[in-house]
Design a binder for this molecule. Structure first.
Ligand code: DAH
Length: 360
């Protein structure tokens, strides 16, 4: 009897002291499991006299129920305590500002943004995008574009040449995106309508020139495109890009070996205020070179000039980016200064679309 009483006191004390549900479960098994202390007592009933069984049986069963109830009650208490502790631990202050994450911190470089903008505009006019290598051959950069060997125009480009190969030929860093015209004409049959944005290189460096810069080339080859089509395409592009209702263009005769006739295109602007404004004012700003593709260029690329014709244009991307977004030193584009990119960069989700206004 006293054994049972001390067993009860002991078990109740253990249950009270259990600090979590795992500890409580261990106590349950030690008392009520197959080999538990109470189960062992119940097993003894079989070997008792009927009288003893009558008196001791209800006591052991009573103990079993009591311990069972105590376990259940303690389990509830521990469960509640665990939940309260978890709630306290996992509180979130929903009034706190969002922690900065990569999409709110990172910035798109203005050049990448402007390439996306002009791609969106030309894509809307049915242009595809073509690319070519930065390291070019003399053939694609000059010869196939109708620069005769020894022609002074080759010297105008301040070309970065690689060391000559054994056969005397030299690779070079392309000085313009025009070689992509040739590669495209070799690879595609007319009608062709592409823009070719990319990096270009010339040995030159000051406030408005960097040894690496960006150009976008345009090429349209079909049976009917004329200077009129060229002017319309450029006008539509410039209006959409600078986000103005109208632009006035001026075409000055010029010379490029790969176009005939060739022009340089200026747009009317107002530079009297702190910011340049397009479509008004009394200043003119040179913005691009263009012309009708020279028959020699078509012929060298396997296109019959008696059947096909078209136009091309080339524009400095860095320059139009500076004009649109008001930066004044081209070199800062390539300094990788975090403060500059924070000021002039674009948020990653500001994707240019025509319906949103290209610059968002
Ligand atoms: N490739 C010329 C340059 O870098 C720009 C240019 C002028 C491209 C006239 C053209 C063009 O396609 O028709 O100076």
């Amino acid at each position: 009897m006293s054994d049972l009483t001390s067993l009860e006191t002991d078990l109740l004390a253990q249950i009270e002291a259990a600090s979590d549900e795992t500890a409580l479960e261990a106590i349950r098994i030690a008392a009520l499991g197959k080999k538990g202390s109470i189960s062992e007592q119940l097993k003894l009933l079989g070997s008792m006299s009927p009288e003893d069984r009558k008196t001791i049986g209800p006591i052991i069963n009573g103990l079993k129920d009591k311990i069972g109830d105590a376990l259940t009650a303690r389990r509830e208490v521990l469960k509640d305590a665990a939940l309260t502790a978890r709630l306290a631990r996992e509180t979130v202050d929903i009034t706190l500002p969002l922690r900065p994450n990569p999409t709110s911190e990172g910035r798109i470089h203005p050049i990448a943004q402007v390439i996306d903008e002009l791609t969106a505009i030309f894509a809307d006019m049915g242009f595809g995008v073509a690319e070519g290598p930065d390291v070019e051959t003399d053939y694609y950069n000059f010869t196939a574009l109708n620069f005769p060997i020894g022609h002074p125009a080759r010297e105008m480009h301040d070309t970065f040449f690689f060391n000559p190969k054994e056969d005397g030929s030299r690779l070079l860093l392309r000085t313009h995106t025009s070689p992509v015209q040739v590669r495209t004409m070799q690879a595609q049959k007319p009608p062709i309508r592409v823009i070719c944005p990319g990096r270009t290189y010339r040995c030159d460096s000051d406030q408005t020139h960097t040894p690496m810069f960006h150009q976008v080339e345009g090429l349209v080859i079909d049976k009917t495109s004329t200077i009129g089509t060229l002017k319309w395409v450029l006008e539509e592009f410039l209006k959409a890009f600078f986000e103005v209702p109208s632009v006035e263009m001026r075409f000055r005769p010029s010379f490029f070996p790969f176009t005939e006739p060739s022009y340089e295109c200026d747009i009317r602007c107002d530079r009297s205020g702190p910011e340049i404004k397009f479509g008004e004012g009394n200043d003119w700003l040179e913005i691009l070179g263009c012309g009708m593709v020279h028959p020699n260029v078509l012929r060298m690329s396997g296109i019959d000039p008696a059947e096909y014709q078209g136009f091309a244009f080339g524009m400095g991307i860095d320059r139009i980016a500076m004009l649109k977004y008001g930066m004044n030193d081209l070199r800062a584009f390539f300094d990788a200064d975090v403060r500059w990119i924070k000021q002039y960069g674009f948020r990653p989700l500001e994707v240019p679309t025509l319906f949103g206004g290209v610059s968002g």
